[in-house]
Design a protein around this ligand. Structure first.
Ligand SMILES: [Zn+2]
Ligand SMILES: [Zn+2]
Length: 420
C-alpha cells in the first residue's frame, strides 16, 4: 500500500467544509466580495519579491518544484494567497477598484510536519485592492468578526490588533528597536541574533521565554508612529468599538511577512493550543507597486486557516448541520430482472433532487436490507418480481418500521414531498 504524503490529509467527510464555504460565499457577497481562483503553481520570484527574502516562508519553507530551482523560471507551489491575488489583479489589468475578491484552496509549506502544521493546508483568502481609507480596515475586520460570531456562532475567540505605521515609521522604529536590542544582545538566542540583522520585527515571534521576558521592556511601534498614522490608529479603534467589535491591542503582533504596514490583526482561540491563530491579516499598501502594478493601490486582506477553523467548529457540527438536508432513499431491486426498473425510478426521483442509492447486488433480500441499513436511510424501496408485475413498490419507513405498498406514481409523489 502507498501511504499518503506526510503532512497532508484526506478529507473524507466534507459536510462541515461545504457548510463553511457556502456561508462564506453568501456572507462575503453581502459585502460585494466575489469569488476568484488563481493557479496553485506560481513563479518562485513572486513570493521572494513580495514576502521578503528573509522571511521563514521564503528562506526555508518554499515548495520549489525540483529541476526548476535557481533559474529565472523557477516554479513553486504557492505558500499563501495574497501575492497571487495581487499578481492576478495586475496580470488581468483590472481597472475598477475597490477590487474585492475571495478565494479558497490549498497552500503549501516545505517543512517538517508537526502537530497542527501541514505541508498542504487550506485557506480562505479575502483581498481588497484599491482601498485607501482606514474605514476599509474597520469594515474588513468587522466582516470577519460577524462571520465567526453571528454566522458560525463561535464565542471562544479573541481579536488581537496592532498598528505598524507607514513605511517611514517602520524605518525609524527599526532603528530604535535595533538600539534597544544591542543593549541586551548577549542575552538573546541565536534565532533572534539572526533576525536582528535580517528581519528585525520578527524577533517578537521568538518562542524562547528568556527572549520574550526581555522584549517586555522593548519599545513598541505604536508609541513611535507619525501624527497622521496616530489619527488612523485612533479612528480604527474607535470605530471598531462603535460597531461592538471587541479587541485587545497586542503591541508585539507584527505578522511574519514583509509586505504588511499599518493595521495587522489576528483572530485567536485558546482552544487551538500553541498555534492559536485561525485568521490573520492586515494592510499591504506597497505590494501592488512592488509587484509592478501601474497604479499604486492601497490594499487590505486576510486569510482564514480552514483546518484550524474546522477544529473550532467540530464541537458545533450538529447544530450547524441540523438544517433541512434531503435524506437518502435506498432502492433494492430484488433480482436482476428489476434492475432497469430501479434505474428508471431512481432517475425520476433524482430529477426532483431526492438523493438515491440503488443496490444492484446479487444477494438475498435480508442481506441487502442489512446493507441498506448501514447508510441510515429514511426510506427503503423494495421492488421484487410481484411489485414489478403490478407496477408497485414496497416503501419501508426505516424510522417507524412501517411498510406500505404504493404505485410508482404514488411513490414519487410521496418522496418528493418529504424530501427532508
Ligand atoms: Zn506614519
Ligand atoms: Zn529569541
Amino acid at each position: 500500500m502507498v501511504a499518503r504524503v506526510k503532512g497532508t490529509q484526506d478529507f473524507i467527510d466534507l459536510s462541515l467544509h461545504t457548510y463553511v464555504l457556502d456561508r462564506v460565499a453568501a456572507h462575503f457577497a453581502s459585502y460585494n466580495i466575489m469569488p476568484i481562483e488563481t493557479p496553485i503553481l506560481e513563479h518562485t520570484s513572486l513570493f521572494v519579491r513580495s514576502l521578503g527574502q528573509h522571511t521563514d516562508v521564503v528562506s526555508k519553507e518554499m515548495f520549489v518544484i525540483a529541476g526548476t530551482s535557481e533559474s529565472e523560471d523557477s516554479l513553486c507551489l504557492r505558500p499563501e494567497g495574497t501575492a497571487a491575488t495581487v499578481r492576478a489583479f495586475i496580470d488581468n489589468n483590472i481597472v475598477r477598484t475597490p477590487w474585492n475578491v475571495w478565494s479558497y484552496g490549498p497552500m503549501f509549506r516545505y517543512e517538517r510536519p508537526q502537530k497542527g502544521r501541514y505541508r498542504q493546508f487550506h485557506q480562505i483568502n479575502v483581498e481588497m485592492i484599491g482601498v485607501r481609507s482606514i474605514e476599509y480596515d474597520v469594515q474588513c475586520i468587522t466582516m470577519l468578526d460577524r462571520f465567526f460570531s453571528q454566522v458560525l456562532g463561535l464565542d471562544t475567540y479573541a481579536l488581537t490588533l496592532n498598528f505598524l505605521g507607514c513605511h517611514e515609521d517602520r524605518i525609524a522604529y527599526k532603528e530604535i528597536l535595533g538600539q534597544y536590542l544591542d543593549t541586551i544582545y548577549d542575552q538573546l538566542c541565536t534565532t533572534c541574533h539572526a533576525r536582528r540583522h535580517a528581519n528585525i520585527l520578527r524577533i517578537f515571534d521568538c518562542k524562547n521565554p528568556q527572549c520574550q521576558a526581555l522584549y517586555e521592556q522593548a519599545p513598541h511601534i505604536i508609541d513611535h508612529i507619525c501624527p497622521a498614522c496616530q489619527v488612523e490608529w485612533t479612528q480604527l479603534k474607535n470605530d471598531l468599538e462603535l460597531l461592538s467589535v471587541s479587541f485587545t491591542v497586542r503591541p508585539t503582533l507584527v505578522r511574519g511577512l514583509d509586505y504588511y504596514n499599518k493595521t495587522v490583526f489576528e483572530f485567536v482561540s485558546s482552544n487551538l493550543g500553541a498555534q492559536n491563530a485561525f485568521c490573520g491579516g492586515g494592510r499591504y499598501d506597497q505590494l501592488v507597486a512592488q509587484l509592478g502594478g501601474k497604479n499604486d493601490e492601497a490594499c487590505m486582506g486576510a486569510a482564514i486557516g480552514m483546518e484550524r477553523l474546522l477544529l473550532l467548529l467540530e464541537p458545533h457540527k450538529e447544530r450547524l448541520l441540523s438544517g433541512p438536508v434531503p435524506s437518502l432513499s435506498i432502492i433494492i431491486p430484488v433480482t436482476p430482472e428489476q434492475y432497469t426498473l430501479a434505474l428508471l425510478i431512481a432517475d425520476q426521483l433524482r430529477s426532483y433532487h431526492v438523493p438515491v442509492q440503488v443496490l444492484f447486488e446479487d444477494a438475498s433480500l435480508k442481506s441487502l436490507m442489512r446493507k441498506a441499513d448501514k447508510f441510515n436511510p429514511h426510506f427503503v424501496i423494495i421492488i421484487g418480481e410481484q411489485e414489478q408485475q403490478e407496477r408497485q413498490a414496497q416503501l419501508k419507513n426505516m424510522r417507524t418500521g412501517t411498510q406500505t405498498t404504493m404505485s410508482h406514481m404514488e411513490l414519487i409523489a410521496f418522496l418528493t414531498q418529504i424530501k427532508s
